[in-house]
Write a protein that binds this ligand. Structure first.
Ligand code: CA
Length: 224
């Protein structure tokens, strides 16, 4: 297996150094950036598999860096923050982050979470790297991209994962809790409202609209 690349965007150098040391010891490649701006540049050239992103950066708010990263790349992001507030967590997750780690953290826990997310990311990507066309949508699993009438559809990593999950399980009804487990993972701390928000965005962005059916009192299904 080739080495996974981690980009750490964190202005507190001692914390960045601890993460770099810890992940390198575990066999990852690590690059560090100490501002939001340089982090965005680094993401372009380094092509990381995962970003660890601090919430409080000196130039650009971490949450905005997160939004910019997910708009341009299909990379899972873990936000690092000293805050424990639930609203902040939701805010971060809605801006496209995949998970949240509160400082001070246990390095082993950070490594474990990164591994879990990378595994899930790879699994959803699927073993078969092929294109399939449905509903005027072309899905390239290799690129993790979706095209609508030839134009790329801007999806966050979670929106992409959720869409693919529905497309691969037509007519099957999923509860919000099941979707949270399958797409966000068992240890995800958010609530089922996250699923509703993602479904609404998918309906709009992909043009699938009401083909992503609300099953009242249960959850959602995709009806081709
Ligand atoms: Ca900071």
């Amino acid at each position: 297996m080739d080495q996974k690349r981690i980009l750490v965007i964190e202005d507190e150098k001692p914390i960045a150094e601890i993460l770099k040391y810890g992940f390198e010891k575990e066999g990852f490649q690590v690059a560090c950036a100490y501002t939001g701006g340089s982090g965005l540049e680094k993401a372009e050239e380094y092509k990381p598999d995962m970003v660890l992103l601090d919430w409080m950066l000196p130039d650009i708010a971490g949450v905005d860096v997160c939004r910019m990263l997910t708009e341009q790349h299909n990379i899972p992001i873990i936000m690092l923050t000293a805050r424990g507030n639930v609203e902040d967590k939701l805010y971060g997750l809605e801006s496209g982050a995949d998970d949240y780690i509160t400082k001070p953290f246990d390095l082993r826990e950070v490594v474990a979470r990164v591994r879990t997310i990378l595994r899930r990311f790879d699994r959803v990507r699927g073993i078969r790297e092929e294109q399939s066309a449905v509903e005027g949508l072309t899905v390239s699993e290799q690129e993790r991209m979706v095209y609508r009438n030839g134009e790329p559809v801007e999806l966050t990593p979670k929106e992409y994962d959720l869409l693919l999950y529905f497309l691969k399980h037509p007519r099957q009804v999923f509860t919000r809790v099941i979707l949270l487990e399958q797409i966000w993972g068992y240890d995800y701390m958010g609530d089922t409202r996250t699923v509703d928000i993602h479904i609404q965005r998918l309906r709009r962005k992909t043009g699938l609209g009401e083909k992503l059916v609300t099953v009242f009192g249960v959850g959602y299904k995709y009806v081709p």
